[in-house]
Write a protein that binds this ligand. Sequence first.
Ligand code: HEM
Length: 452
Amino acid sequence: MIPPKPPSRPERVSLFRYLRLFRQDILSAQPAKLYRAWMAEFKTPFFRSYMVNDPKLVKTVLNERPMDFPKSDRIGEGLRPLLGDSVFLTNGAVWERQRRIIDPAFEGGRLREAFPAMWEAAEAAVDRMRNAGADPIDIEPETSHAAADVIFRTLFSIPIDHEIASEVFHEFRDYQRTQPLLNIAAFLPRFKWLPRGFKAETKSTARRIRALITRLTDERAAAIAAGTAPDDLATKIMTTADPETGERFDADEMVDQVAIFFLAGHETSASALAWTLYLLATHPEWQERLAGEAQVLDKMDFSVVSKLKLSRDVFRESLRLYPPVPMMVRETTCPEHFRDRDVKIGSQVVVSPWHLHRQERLWDNPDGFDPSRWATENGKQCQRDAYIPFSSGKRVCTGAGFAMIEGVLLLSMLLKHYRFDAVEGEVPVPVAHLTVRSKDGIWLRVTPRDNA
Ligand code: HEM
């Protein structure tokens, strides 16, 4: 069964409608020409905004001159009560220092050490799904649960059933409901005399989450001092000194970083896994191939990851079609000349994985699901030039390597044990919340393979 082709797309929309459409149906309601254009300009009475969809321009912004295009703080504004000065929101010297401390925790060798925790989380996800029953279930809460479990086990060596872990998980869900990432209000002009208010609910949820995380980091600081701390990601980050200044994160800064690891690390992976399962449910021939490959998962051993090649191709294709972070917003700090246009200081530059991954002038069969594309010339070329699910350059996702192991492992483990079938009439509509989610869930029928 082939997923329904996107309905015909409108030709023109305004910036405000474009932003609203991200919150409605980002697959079909956006103008068709955005998927062909190398660049689009949105004019508002207050500022200009440019979507860049030309690999050369994307490279300029992300790879060649990233420091000239800092993150726009308009977009991150909604997350600040929760994330404080986390690495996701900072810029310049503060951001560089934070990355110097964080990056060593995500190096290849550390990922090998995190693997047993990922494996245990994958087994726990398989166990939980035994309760699915014969009726279709919404798969998104399942994948969120599994991805949150991975984060807590790898970061703090605790499973999601741990009292604090489970409370953080549930509070985050509430936060997300009150505070979308794509805060349309953030695109309105700022008047200095008019404070940008957050909903009281947003602030109090953020306070509760930060208090819970503080308990975890305080306990960990005490264990490090006592020499009893487990050797996990939290210990690594809390004990790493900046090679340039010798400083470590102070207590508050560590809470900021844990909040972003949890948020960036579980929301994104959950979204990716849910869409991948949907794509496999609608492409049963691929699903059966992956289930066959998954038989290699007989014992916990890091080397097994390199054997899950089909699973990796499928996961990669799913990240292309449904990139969990659909767009990234930067700001110009000097006058630019993009293609034939002058771009003023203070303009917004939108880099959109969503559009670049479906850019009609670059990709063969841009809207189609074809995991074998990565072996073709076009697929290889596009992977180099037009594929940025984890962003690219200096500010690339810290957890990219982590996510590719986690996603491929969880996917294969679930497919080894279950078959996922699409439900007639239940076609998920992608909308941008914190990440790309489905408007009304992703409903699939889950059947244990031993009973199938
Ligand atoms: C499929 C899973 C994931 C996807 C698609 C993804 C995607 C991204 C993207 C696109 C960005 C850049 C955002 C921007 O520049 O505006 C980013 C940043 C980030 N991600 Fe991920 N991510 C994933 C998983 C993870 C995981 C598992 C972790 C940590 C455990 C993580 C931690 C971070 C952090 C800390 C940043 C901020 C980096 C910086 O600004 O320097 N991500 N991610």
